[in-house]
Ligand binder design. Structure first.
Ligand code: FMN
Length: 193
């Protein structure tokens, strides 16, 4: 049983809507470790209604699991770095869009700004990728982040190698274990499969 009692963890979600159900389960597992969870939503995750659910339902689920109102503006996440508000930041799911921004140092959404702000404290960011182009146009960004200090990855796999050969999806159930190791500065292995 993983014990993260008192560890302050940012739970940042971006717009891979089809994975939200699995990610909510991962946040629940994380809450059970005793971690203090701060939910953060990208603009798109906070406001887009899709066939996988309504934006208000996303926000409500996060309130239920974490007991906190999701942060969803740049101004709300900006203090994360200067005030050292988090011990770790988890981005799950991480879209191809957010992956590319993180690799390029772009910080124009609550999730990417939270990451930039948090990283300056030299603390871990854990990424759970979910993108149809992770092995295509985004492979270079994935490679860059894999070799970036304080970036850790939830193990990922090809979810449909023949139908979507460039797609990767994280094993969200490995999130608590990945985070626990990242807090010790270690990347969980195996990374793929
Ligand atoms: C229903 C739906 C499902 C989506 N699923 C994914 C996905 O699994 N992975 C991905 O990278 N983008 C996905 N997208 C596209 C992203 O939501 C889009 O690139 C958006 O700009 C991401 O912004 P964000 O990274 O700031 O949340 C999906 C969009 C919609 C409407």
């Amino acid at each position: 049983m993983i014990d993260l009692t008192g560890t302050r963890v940012g739970c940042a979600m971006t717009g891979s809507f089809c994975t939200f159900k699995a990610v909510f389960e991962a946040w629940e597992a994380l809450a059970a470790t005793g971690a203090e969870l701060t939910p953060i939503l990208s603009f798109n995750a906070a406001t887009t209604d899709t066939r996988f659910g309504l934006a208000e339902q996303t926000r409500e689920r996060l309130r239920e699991i974490t007991g906190r109102e999701p942060l969803r503006t740049l101004a709300q996440v900006e203090p994360i770095g200067p005030k050292k508000l988090l011990d770790a930041l988890v981005v799950a799911p991480c879209t191809g869009n957010t992956l590319a921004k993180l690799a390029a140092g772009i910080a124009d959404t609550p999730v990417t700004l939270a990451a930039k702000s948090h990283l300056r404290n030299g603390r871990p960011v854990v990424i759970a990728v979910s993108s149809n182009d992770a092995l295509g146009q985004n492979a270079q960004n994935l490679g860059r982040l894999l070799s970036t200090r304080n970036m850790f990855f939830v193990p990922f796999r090809q979810d449909d190698p023949l139908g979507k050969p460039n797609s990767l999806v994280a094993r969200f159930e490995k999130l608590p274990e990945t985070l626990a190791m990242a807090l010790e500065g270690r990347q969980i292995q195996p990374l793929m499969g």
